[in-house]
Design a protein. Structure first.
Length: 161
């Protein structure tokens, strides 16, 4: 176990030195998105949540995660996508997002988890500007993976409520 953890830490450090980051990808509205895997704390199946009154529509509620109250954000609604019913494939990706010196644990509800990709920094392309307003403010970059394009999410901007 200790040697496995040491090997994992060595691989992560080597990837960071080489400018490669691993991204956990997930599906929403038949599109693929990715978040830095180092922000991911765990992946959970959908469960009943406690609804918070007067919360923004994309804040679905909270769950109790081993004594920690975790807000659940519906990324479909946060991104202006049509809502969908939560089902057996719906998952919550629990992430740790740092704002200045404050770290927050937040759950993001997505349609399904897809894959893990190692992406070199130079392979990520900027989001093209479509107008004077940046309607893609939550996307940090785009990357081609095989025949598909993955949008890399800026969690700090996305979770800045």
């Amino acid at each position: 176990m200790i040697s496995e953890q040491s090997e994992l830490n060595t691989n992560i450090n080597l990837q960071q030195e080489q400018g490669v980051t691993q991204f956990l990808t997930f599906i929403m509205a038949e599109e693929e998105y990715g978040v830095d895997i180092l922000t991911v704390q765990e992946i959970r199946s959908w469960e009943e949540i406690t609804v918070l009154p007067n919360a923004p529509d994309f804040v679905k509620g909270v769950i109790n995660l081993r004594g920690t109250i975790v807000p659940i954000i519906d990324l479909r609604l946060r991104f202006g996508l049509p809502s969908t019913e939560y089902g057996p494939l719906t998952v919550v990706i629990v992430v740790k997002v740092t704002f200045e010196n404050d770290a927050k644990i937040i759950g993001i509800a997505v349609d399904a988890v897809s894959d893990v990709y190692s992406i070199a920094e130079q392979d990520a392309k900027p989001v093209p500007s479509l107008s004077d307003s940046n309607n893609c403010e939550y996307v940090a970059g785009l990357v081609n993976v095989g025949e598909k394009m993955v949008a890399l999410i800026d969690l700090q901007k996305t979770m800045d409520i």
